[in-house]
Ligand binder design. Sequence first.
Ligand SMILES: [Zn+2]
Length: 409
Amino acid sequence: MTASSSSSSPDGTSVLANVRLPDGDIADIIMRDGLIADITAMPSDNDNGATRIEGYGMLVLPGLVDGHMHLDKALSGLPWMPHPAGPTRLSRIETEKALRASLPPVTERASNLVRQCVSHGTTAIRSHVDIDPDNKLSHFHALVEVREAFADIVDLQIVAFPQSGVLRAPGTSDLLDAALGEGADVLGGLDPIAIDNDLDGQLDILFAIAERHDTGIDIHLHDAGADGLKEINALCERTAACDLTGRVTVSHGFCLGAASPDAFARTADAMAEAGISLATHGGASSPLPPVMALRERGIEVFTGNDNVRDTWSPFGNGDMLERAMLLAWRSGYRTDDDLQVALDCSSGAGARILGLEGYGLAVGNRADLFTVDAETPGEAVAQRPRRGIVLKGGRVVAREGEFSGESGD
Ligand SMILES: [Zn+2]
């Protein structure tokens, strides 16, 4: 399985010509050795002999960052499957386990979704991967294979995720420990109260594994009301005690969207103190944590597509501009300034949490960029216009919404 190929530029220099910068200026972007070497008023005078990539005056932005994904669950590339699960989380867990033996390999389905995400402008993904006593590390090993195959196309961070619980599924803690030992980037978790009915029991195990492997934690917390707030506050205490400040993420945290003002303020202050970030997908069926109020406290809020066309959800196409739009729409954002916040949740904030070095549209940073047919970042979020090209390390990996990374276009 391979997905990489040669550079697009024989002498190592190429020019992304005639693009609109976020401030409205038209410019050429000179790229060398995978980095942004210069950003100049067009036509640039130092591009002699360089490969020219025409930007057609489209807006250029840093590559999108999908901070919460489930690549191993995807049905991407398969015939349409009507939603098979019942209305509860446990039904979705059991339905998925019953169906997965009949599906094509994880590598195939996950690769299809990666190509789809890249075609929309995504250059980095954090994906959770199911680890349980049934599939053991097979999904994890599949995503490691995908991570290697797409290494020069997308940065893929893997979260070892106990989808069936930790205590509720005996043997899972050893499997999580093994996955971290074999190269998982982050440790996952899941609703200690609702799934394991043992808040301290699950957190004892997670923090012990995290400390042993010196890794961060990204835990799914769907639990509502007092249970959810209790879980977040327990995470804050343990994060500080274990010196994991700045390395723990709450995914979803729906309880923050329905808490009383006092309870929200207390919990958010504790999150800020412990440097705990929040990943939200802006889903419609649960309370949405208040993005601005969290950011105003210095809490990083980033977003991701979560379930994209899988046995958990029939929705989604992997487009992080669409995800930014949904977050903005649910948050009531209308001004370009507010829409830019939603875009940051789909790009810069995710990059900071994933620890992507050299991220952003500036000289010296990685040439991970995409173009979109918009005048401003606000328009890009509100309208999700067509994409022009997607560049990873200065190499074209998608063009006009079509993945081309394997052809080395
Ligand atoms: Zn998720």
